[in-house]
Design a protein around this ligand. Structure first.
Ligand SMILES: [Ca+2]
Length: 320
């Protein structure tokens, strides 16, 4: 049997982050060796607390949590926090008791670079929030890009509107400068954008099935999902929720759930379209050199087997 893939989840929990973390713990193909935290759905301090709490719920306090950056890569402290999507506590306003555990001494950046150095080529980073920690790892250790196996990130809106505004998807908007560093770093980067995740919907009927099951994770998730469903109903008029983070996690579990195009992604870091991801799919050979020329290619997911993703999410969360 092949060894499970070693995964570090960089996360801002977050309701769909909670789903992705539980899904990861239920997936024999991967081994979660740590969580690193970042602002996004909540501020970083609360993201850390929630990560510790979720591991306690799962009975997996053996997994270390390393706290990430409290500011953007350009030292910005005016952070966008999406508490209106996930509740003020990030987990559906359930007022869970505080976690007993503590984050490790190492920062997220040091944890990422250290693990990549210890297991060269073997670590997959699944990045589910703004990309500050990953960009800091790239900047702080010149060997990180060579050492890391793969970076699978939830971010961008490829040829569709964003979800913060027409230009930008939330994780990229959270730190566009960091995102541009990650996209152009030369590592094996796979981007799952909302062009993909908006096709993967957990319906009201799916939620009812989760609620009716006896699974530890499905029961917990049904408590926190209410807030997420009502946001989606108001914002998109959908009877269901988008599975952003779980879909991205499953790209690490089974890459064949999606198809990918290769090319160069740059991120707009200023102006009204700050956070816009622009993909050069290499179909056209441009006459002059431009800001995409000579940059390393990444993979961008372009199609997804949405029913298969939803089925895997349901099966694994109910079987807990
Ligand atoms: Ca997230």
């Amino acid at each position: 049997m092949t060894h499970p893939k070693k995964i570090i989840i960089d996360t801002d929990p977050g309701i769909d982050d909670a789903m992705a973390i539980f899904l990861a713990l239920q997936s024999p193909e991967i081994e979660v060796i740590g969580l690193t935290t970042i602002y996004g759905n909540v501020y970083t301090t609360l993201a850390t607390r929630n990560a510790l709490h979720l591991l306690e719920v799962a009975g997996r306090t053996d997994i270390p949590v390393a706290e990430g950056s409290h500011f953007t890569i350009t030292k910005g402290t005016k952070l966008r926090v999406a508490d209106f999507v996930h509740g003020a506590d990030g987990l559906g306003n359930q007022n869970f008791p505080p976690a007993n555990g503590k984050p490790i001494e190492q920062s997220a950046t040091d944890f990422l670079t250290h693990q990549a150095r210890t297991f060269p080529g073997k670590i997959t980073v699944v990045a589910l929030g703004p990309l500050t920690n990953i960009a800091m790892a790239i900047q702080s250790d010149p060997n990180f890009v060579q050492n890391v196996g793969q970076i699978i990130l939830l971010g961008g809106a490829f040829a569709v509107n964003g979800n913060v505004n027409p230009a930008a998807e939330a994780n990229i908007f959270g730190d566009p400068d960091a995102a541009d560093i990650v996209f152009t770093c030369g590592a094996d980067v796979v981007a799952i954008g909302i062009n993909i995740t908006h096709q993967v919907i957990l319906s009201d009927a799916d939620r009812d099935r989760l609620a009716a099951s006896n699974g530890l994770f499905s029961k917990y998730l049904c408590k926190i999902l209410e807030c997420y469903f009502s946001y989606h109903h108001d914002a998109y008029n959908t009877r269901g929720v988008y599975l952003h983070d779980p879909t991205t996690l499953l790209a690490a579990v089974d890459p064949s759930l999606m198809t990918y195009a290769e090319g160069v992604v740059r991120v707009q870091t200023e102006g009204i379209s700050r956070g816009l991801t622009l993909f050069d799919n290499k179909v056209k050979r441009f006459g002059e050199s431009n800001e995409w020329s000579d940059k390393p290619s990444v993979k961008v997911a372009v199609t997804v087997n949405a029913p298969a993703v939803v089925k895997l999410v349901m099966d694994r969360l109910m079987d807990s």
